[in-house]
Design a protein around this ligand. Structure first.
Ligand code: PLP
Length: 443
């Protein structure tokens, strides 16, 4: 056994020795087509020369400067670019080292905003069931992912919970889309009233749900309704775009497509596309101005805040996305990928739903297409799909197995934005093979 601890303490993963473009190669010479960008991270593929050059040049000038002493051009330029591209007045940027740190930052910023307003009684967040917002204790508490939370439950802060917007599985056949959406908003309003609006800090949700549900978009009008309720009761709307943001859905920010402006947005993953560990929080003016005119200090900070090399990498990634018109490419290639998936799996007896936006695509696997009955979680179909896909030279990101049995296993695809039609065709062909092998394996 190696000394390095991996998530699976019994089986070490293969060693990645080289990664280029759409591919990752392991120490045994196997090559894997990266159809998930790791976990929706590698949006530019691997070893992009512009990003490597930007990292090299930043390393040679200023590899590190503690943010309590200095700022850097890379961090300032990145912040300006993120703010410029953001909807509304989301024009203040705080740079951290990953998605969970971004969520922790968002929670603390939101709480301090109310403390500075003389409302220290506000301590509750509202989030959705079957959600994932990260693995640090605050982020884990916010998320509604039961199996991840279970061992740590006594350590987690209390969070109020409402239903996810998950039309495929949760909308009764007898209910139309509008009524389903209206019902979710009534549920949220009741929850706010139950907790007491004066006690609520904010509501947090992913604009397009990634890891827990598999690229589930909201129904039309859902986020507009959320925004209206947050405004009505004076609570903050926090959009977790750690997975769905930074172009993954075809716009820089996924929430742009919902026509609302959140108060706070959390970013990670695609921000630096895996070239450096980076996360960010964007906040609207009224939030930062309250702190500025109050205590003058955001009571937060990490050693690697606004790390210059990380910022330079993220900046280079964002410049490539703009220069190469990759947002438009994401929309176009996403349409192609979903069409190819529908051709391959549209009649498949165990693929219940093919969904997503841009190059953020999910397939929900079901035992029975008509009843949508999921596979028994104990079969761990998602794990079999991942293993068989690796055998077929394909990286996908499957998840599954809630204890409440209210969702099926799903496969998340999030290929790099540079994927060609030929790459997409290969992804679908290899996935078809992997799924057949996985279903065979669990029989
Ligand atoms: N929020 C969402 C929506 C995520 O998908 C993730 C990670 O998968 C996180 C937060 C946590 O990000 P990280 O793993 O970088 O800490």
């Amino acid at each position: 056994m190696t000394q390095l601890i991996h998530r699976n303490l019994r089986v070490a993963p293969p060693t990645a020795v080289c990664a280029f473009g759409m591919y990752v190669r392991d120490g045994d010479g196997n090559t894997y087509l990266d159809a998930s960008g790791g976990a929706a991270v590698s949006s530019l593929g691997h070893s992009h020369p512009d990003v490597l050059a930007a990292i090299g040049s930043q390393l040679k000038t200023t590899a590190y400067a503690h943010s309590a002493f200095f700022t850097t051009d890379a961090a300032e330029e990145l912040a300006a670019r993120l703010a410029d591209g953001a909807p509304g007045d989301l024009n203040h940027v705080y740079l951290v080292s990953g998605g969970s740190e971004a969520i922790e930052t968002a929670l603390k910023l939101a709480r301090q905003y109310f403390v500075e307003h003389g409302e220290p009684q506000r301590r509750m967040f509202i989030a959705r069931r079957q959600s994932y917002h990260g693995n640090t204790l605050g982020a884990l508490a916010l998320g509604g992912n039961e199996w991840r939370r279970k061992p740590f439950e006594p350590l987690l802060m209390d969070v109020a919970r409402v239903s996810p917007c998950y039309e495929y599985r949760e909308r009764p056949a007898s209910q139309d889309l509008q009524d389903y959406t209206a019902g979710l908003l009534v549920e949220l309003e009741h929850k706010i009233l139950d907790v007491g609006p004066q006690n609520v800090i904010g509501f947090c949700a992913e604009p397009v749900v990634g890891a827990t549900l598999g690229a589930v978009t909201a129904t039309p009008g859902y986020f507009q309704g959320v925004r209206a309720l947050c405004d009505k009761y004076g609570i903050l709307f926090i959009a977790d775009e750690v997975m769905c943001g930074m172009g993954r859905t075809g716009t820089l920010y996924a929430i742009e497509q919902e026509g609302v402006v959140p108060d706070i947005v959390a970013l990670g993953k695609g921000l630096a596309a895996g070239y450096q560990p980076v996360g960010a929080v964007l906040a609207r003016s009224h939030i930062v101005e309250r702190l500025r005119s109050g205590s003058g200090v955001f009571q937060h900070g990490h050693t690697y805040n606004a790390h210059p090399v990380a910022a330079a990498a993220a900046l280079a990634v964002q410049k490539v996305i703009q220069r190469d018109a990759l947002l438009a490419a994401v929309i176009e290639r996403g349409v192609t990928l979903r069409r190819m998936l529908r051709d391959a799996f549209g009649m498949h007896p165990h693929v219940g739903d093919i969904r997503g936006r841009g190059l953020f695509v999910g397939l929900e696997l079901v035992q029975d297409r008509d009843t949508k009955r999921p596979f028994d979680p104990d079969l761990k179909l998602h794990a079999a799909v991942k293993a068989k896909a690796m055998e077929c030279g394909l990286m996908v990101y499957p998840m599954g197995g809630t204890v409440d049995g209210r969702r099926g296993d799903h496969i998340l695809l999030a290929p790099p934005f540079i994927a060609t039609d030929a790459d997409l065709g290969q992804i679908v062909a290899r996935l078809s093979d992997a799924l057949a092998r996985a279903l065979e394996a669990i029989r």
